[in-house]
Design a protein around this ligand. Structure first.
Ligand SMILES: Cc1cc2nc3c(=O)[nH]c(=O)nc-3n(C[C@H](O)[C@H](O)[C@H](O)COP(=O)(O)OP(=O)(O)OC[C@H]3O[C@@H](n4cnc5c(N)ncnc54)[C@H](O)[C@@H]3O)c2cc1C
Ligand code: FES
Ligand code: FES
Length: 474
């Protein structure tokens, strides 16, 4: 497909048919756009990425070929689809014959009112065709889809009943690369959407327009647009900037592009320790992780974001760029206040750097109302190294949800390192850390948890970190 260029109408492939986004407000969601084309299988349930009724798949690169990725079309803006290849549920039975995932759902009684069904079918379809899948489909891939009436057992059984993806056009498509995203400029209804394809062009757009607002995966920003009616005169997408989507690992550093979606980080970080894999899986749901990025996560400076605590415990830095030059600052000094960062208005995050070697023992804890697909009430990441005599050589205690910003609690770290060298990691040390937390943390109380609850949780996680260390060392 010929990708859009600097024209006024972003083009993309929708169910194998070229379409052009014309005359619609740049903040129109992809969901509204495709439904306006008569493709009404995808539904709006929540407009905030929680229910999956709007799920469609897009074609993305995977090791030379490509894969289908489930995404929430309510969280993509129509111009963000430019250059993509997107399929809705209507494409699956285009020849009049149900796709295997649809047959499995029907045979297993996986649908009652049917509102959620197209979304489930599309998530299941992406998993059915996942390259390299061995064994049954993984029901966790349906984690972003909610059903209010059928119950999950028949849906899960439908997924588990599927064998290998059948031969045919959908399978053949995966042997070719995904479309390459080009730069676009789109303007309509008095608002502008730019998608530069290099850092330099992006920085020049930012320098030239103080009202420009960056957008990456859109999983935060589009919620603000949909639910709080926020409007921006000029959105600048970083999705087509190759440098922001790189991942590399050297002997000294792991470098993660700011615009690399979370699921791709998991795929490309082949040496990631278990704690980092678990951390990535605890973010939201699979369709969210297919779009959400670490750059977007850190830039929101959310006190309950899950990105910062672990990265703080790993001594990460953020690389920033503007037309005035590039700089790298420790993440610990990036958050300057509630929802505020050290980013200048014309600056963007290009990458996150994690120094090596990684600490010897690291844990990430997310305490939320639900185990999966929920925002943290308290998040904590702790890391420790010991010297040859078993004394603590490095300690990091980082938290989210207990202060206006995600933070490293230096007083807690000093309590176990001390002026005269490290101490042993034992019950007495836990008590000293807890006392430091008591003095330093300043949680708020809200519907997720009271101030006292959050403080108690933070302190109990430090004790858990000791138990887990004892278990690991036993
Ligand atoms: C249903 C749902 C569940 C969620 N669950 C979680 C969760 O479990 N844990 C969690 O931490 N978060 C969660 N989130 C929040 C969100 O998904 C994450 O914060 C995500 O990582 C944001 O990334 P993004 O690329 O989508 O950001 P966007 O929405 O594109 O942007 C967010 C902000 O970052 C700025 N920005 C984006 N990229 C850059 C850049 N490179 N440089 C400078 N500024 C930039 C934008 O201007 C904007 O202000 C959830 C959101 C939803 C809707
Ligand atoms: S409408 Fe609920 S996730 Fe999109
Ligand atoms: S079948 Fe009714 S919501 Fe799932």
């Amino acid at each position: 497909m010929k990708a859009a260029n600097s024209s006024q109408s972003p083009d993309f492939l929708l169910n194998n048919r070229p379409v052009s986004v014309r005359g619609v407000d740049p903040q129109t969601t992809l969901l509204d756009y495709i439904r306006a084309q008569g493709l009404t299988g995808a539904k709006e349930g929540c407009a905030e990425g929680e229910c999956g009724a709007c799920t469609v798949v897009l074609v993305a690169n995977r090791a030379g070929g490509s894969e289908y990725r489930a995404v929430n079309s309510c969280l993509m803006l129509a111009p963000m689809a430019a250059g993509h290849e997107i399929y809705t549920v209507e494409a699956l039975a285009a020849g009049g014959k149900l796709a295997e995932v649809q047959q499995a759902m029907a045979a297993g009684g996986g649908s009652q009112c049917g509102y959620c069904t197209p979304g489930f079918v599309m998530s299941m379809f992406a998993e059915h065709y996942r390259p390299g899948r061995v064994g049954p489909c993984d029901p966790h891939e349906l984690g972003g889809n909610l059903c209010r009436c059928t119950g999950y057992r028949p849906i899960r059984d439908a997924a588990l009943s599927l064998g290998p993806a059948p031969s045919g056009d959908f399978l053949d498509r995966l042997s070719r690369p995904a479309p390459r995203l080009e730069a676009i400029e789109y303007e309509s209804a008095g608002a502008r959407f730019s998608r530069p394809n290099s850092i330099e062009k992006c920085l020049s757009i930012l320098a030239g327009d103080p009202e420009a607002r960056l957008i990456s995966g859109g999983t935060d920003l589009v919620v603000e647009s949909n639910l709080r009616s926020r409007r921006w005169k000029h959105l600048v997408s970083v999705e087509a900037i190759g440098e922001l989507r790189e991942f590399s690992e050297s002997a000294r550093t792991i470098t993660i592009g700011a615009a690399l979606p979370l699921n791709e980080i998991a795929m490309r970080w082949s040496t990631a320790p278990d704690v980092c894999r678990q951390w990535l899986q605890l973010f939201a749901s699979p369709p969210l992780r297919n779009r959400a990025t670490l750059g977007g996560n850190l830039a929101t400076a959310s006190p309950i974001g899950d990105g910062a605590p672990l990265l703080l415990a790993l001594d990460a830095s953020v690389r920033l760029a503007s037309q005035r030059g590039r700089r790298t600052i420790p993440l610990a000094s990036f958050f300057t206040g509630y929802r505020r960062t050290a980013l200048a208005p014309d600056e963007l995050i290009t990458a996150i750097e994690i120094p090596k070697p990684l600490p010897e023992f690291v844990r990430f804890y997310k305490v939320a109302k639900r185990r999966m697909d929920d925002i943290s009430t308290v998040a904590a990441a702790m890391a420790m190294d010991w010297d040859a005599s078993g004394r603590i050589a490095r300690a990091r205690f980082a938290f989210g949800g207990v202060a206006p910003v995600p933070l490293r609690v230096l007083a807690a770290e000093e309590a176990v390192i001390g002026p005269h060298g490290g101490q042993r990691w034992n019950d007495a040390a836990v008590e000293r850390v807890q006392a430091a937390l008591e003095k330093t943390l300043d949680p708020i109380g809200d519907h997720r948890g009271s101030r006292e609850y959050r403080l108690a949780v933070a302190k109990s996680l430090v004790a858990k970190f000791l138990w887990e260390r004892r278990e690991a060392a036993a």
